[in-house]
Design a protein around this ligand. Structure first.
Ligand code: UFG
Length: 323
């Protein structure tokens, strides 16, 4: 199939483009390079376009597209609280522009990059798809709005879609020359590793008084290549299923911030230094996915489930970063 990967120069999008190409699909990447990296576009051509400039999207459809995968978004929770208009513009209006372009060109399949942030402060854990969706920040709200639009589009226009709600994407395909690179970097595993190899600021733990075994937040880290595999399964799923569907993607195992730092210390070969800081606003204490639906329906079985393997793959990237 020919897949238009919108946001394919970013972290998850570039890994999905890589796996699509490995499995024989043709890839076109569409990206405005605002946070993505030209060097991450190694599978298929790059079209520089912006979802907020609808006329620029036409180039993405200049040859027949079988499905779109949509990763274009602003994705920093804290920033979304301070810049809500930008988040709703980019994530909601941008998505609407893309959906309209798809409709103009008769493209009826979409895999949408969603997030655990649609659930807000969890009332039970692990979080399955039936958990109430009550986002607590504009980022999560913007993603949930798009999920809702996709349900309406299924009804009105027969659009087939799968929303994949990632928990904590982590790791890299360092052998393929791609990995995680954000400026500024806010995510835990890159921050731990960058500080460990002397390329980042001193590490801070945000909050040590959460109701968890060691007082630090628990997250469900899922390897980006396992996420990529789920996207390809979602594509196959849409061949035989109409409607709008959503799946939670995580390993179902939570690790505290301290456990991540310990794992990184084991891999680097020495205990890591850190400071303790105040809680970061808006961080839920525990976010762990129930991914049984993805396993049962998509046949998704994550294969890089050991925290040490996830951290090791991220370290391989950070030691030999290309962008
Ligand atoms: N953390 C630190 N120090 C750091 C960075 C993070 O202690 O330098 C802590 C955070 O406070 C949090 C945990 O490590 O407790 C994980 O933080 P990340 O920033 O790596 O990831 P989040 O869980 O905040 O974010 C993820 C996704 C978002 C999504 C969010 C849902 O990256 O896209 O889950 O809440 F919105």
């Amino acid at each position: 199939m020919h897949i238009l990967v919108c946001g394919g120069a970013g972290y998850v999008g570039s890994h999905v483009a890589y796996v699509l190409a490995e499995r024989g699909h043709e890839v076109t990447v569409l990206d405005n390079l605002s946070t993505g990296h030209r060097q991450a576009v190694r599978w298929g051509r790059l079209i520089e376009a912006d979802l907020l400039k609808p006329e620029t999207l036409e180039a993405g459809f200049d040859c027949p597209v079988d499905a779109v995968m949509h990763f274009c978004a602003r994705s920093l929770v804290g920033e979304s609280v301070n810049q809500p208009y930008d988040y709703y513009d980019n994530n909601v209006v941008g998505s609407l522009n893309l959906l309209r372009a798809m409709r103009r060109h008769g493209v009826e399949r979409l895999v949408f990059s969603s997030t655990a942030a649609v659930f807000g402060q969890p009332i039970r854990t692990p979080i399955d798809e039936d958990h109430p969706r009550t986002p607590i920040n504009p980022y999560g709200a913007s993603k949930l709005m798009v999920e809702r639009i996709l349900a309406d589009a299924a009804h009105a226009h027969g659009l087939r879609s799968v929303s994949l709600r990632y928990f904590n994407a982590a790791g890299a395909a360092a052998d393929a020359g791609i990995g995680e690179s954000h400026t500024p970097e806010t995510h835990l595993i890159p921050n731990v590793l960058l500080s460990a190899i002397g390329e980042g600021p001193p590490l801070k733990i945000f909050g040590s008084d959460y109701p968890t075994l060691d007082g630090t937040c628990i997250r469900d880290y899922v390897h980006v290549l396992d996420l990529a595999d789920a996207h390809i399964r979602a594509l196959e799923f849409m061949s035989s299923h109409t409607g709008a569907h959503a799946f939670n993607l995580g390993n179902g195992i939570g690790f505290t911030v301290l456990q991540v730092i310990e794992a990184a210390g084991r891999i680097v070969g020495q205990p890591l230094q850190f400071d303790r800081a105040a809680r970061r606003q808006g961080d839920p204490a525990v976010l762990v996915a129930a991914s049984q639906k993805a396993r049962d329906t998509l046949g998704w079985i994550p294969s890089h489930t050991r925290l040490d393997d996830i951290v090791r793959s991220a370290l391989a990237w950070h030691r030999n970063k290309r962008y």
